[in-house]
Ligand binder design. Structure first.
Ligand SMILES: [Zn+2]
Length: 304
């Protein structure tokens, strides 16, 4: 199965949806983090959810879902970009045992201090186009419940999510009730109980079925009595935006004194990317090179 997210419309019910199936991209994320089973499952579900939510937005840039946990998991971050790239990272807290079967809430909110945040980071961010962030207390037991609470708090369209993940795949379904206004579809053709009925049909979906069935046959099976229009699937892939140049820019920001101090303690500086697990090494010669030539400043000039 390909890694994709696909929009569809249940016209008679005034409901739209997105369906995601992640295979290779999810395994790329999973293999870069050695995670206990329940954490892996939660990360997979959150990754599928991030792709679904990003797909509902008319937005160029990154949608970032973050959970700040107070228990065995201190941080989960998933980033889904409008160009189809996805990446994720997890930080575990040492000395907190993780039982084999445990809910997301138990992993991140045992002391009731978990927080959930959604960030929209526009491409080509400037002062005029800043990142937007919404933070809410952690509510719900599962990834789907937490997101549904978030959506209802932020007064989005009524939205439901069904998510599933294991070590090989991460999949999800999103249904969203369309607003009544607009009059695109004559009232006589819409079903006033459509939203409830579609949720009911999706509630019959077993996690195993969501993981093992490709999106098109799944939609056909679930909504076989409905008029379903499917749109062209968009492909999703693993991609981390880190690079040696970006690490070099970060070291320049630290400044020559700070870099010299680090080098006095260690023979080289190794910067590790939390998302892809790649390491970037700068030995003393590399570090000296960072400060010899200042990088060209776009739009500025040294001439007076
Ligand atoms: Zn990276």
């Amino acid at each position: 199965m390909d890694d994709s997210v696909q929009r569809f419309l249940l016209e008679g019910a005034s409901v739209r949806g997105e369906i995601v199936s992640l295979d290779h991209s999810w395994r790329e994320i999973a293999r870069r983090h050695a995670l206990p089973e329940p954490v892996l499952k939660a990360l997979g579900e959150l990754t599928a959810a991030a792709v679904l939510l990003a797909a509902t937005l008319k937005f160029e840039g990154a949608l970032i879902l973050q959970i700040h946990g107070d228990s065995a998991v201190s941080l989960i971050v998933v980033e889904a970009r409008s160009d189809g790239r996805v990446r994720a990272t997890v930080k575990l807290r040492e000395g907190e045992p993780i039982p084999d079967t445990v809910s997301l809430s138990h992993l991140v909110n045992r002391r009731g201090r978990g927080r959930f945040a959604v960030t929209l980071d526009p491409a080509g961010r400037t002062d005029a186009r800043q990142a937007w962030q919404g933070i809410v207390p952690f509510e719900g037991e599962t990834v789907a419940e937490v997101l549904e609470h978030y959506m209802s708090r932020s007064e989005q369209l009524p939205t439901r999510l069904w998510l599933a993940a294991n070590g090989d795949r991460a999949s999800g379904l999103l249904l969203q009730r369309l607003p009544d206004e607009g009059g695109k579809i004559p009232a006589s053709l819409t079903d006033p109980d459509g939203w409830n009925r579609m949720q009911h049909l999706a509630d019959t979906l077993e996690p195993e079925e969501l993981l093992s069935t490709a999106p098109s046959p799944l939609l056909e099976r679930m909504f076989w009595q409905e008029a379903v229009s499917g749109f062209t699937p968009r492909s999703i892939h693993f991609g981390c935006g880190c690079s040696r140049d970006k690490v070099a820019a970060m070291l320049r920001m630290l400044g020559t004194d700070e870099v010299r101090d680090i080098l006095e303690e260690r023979s080289e500086i190794e910067v590790h990317c939390d998302y892809c697990n790649d390491g970037y090494r700068f030995d003393p010669v590399d570090c000296a090179g960072l400060f010899i030539e200042p990088p060209p400043q776009p739009g500025s000039s040294n001439r007076h």
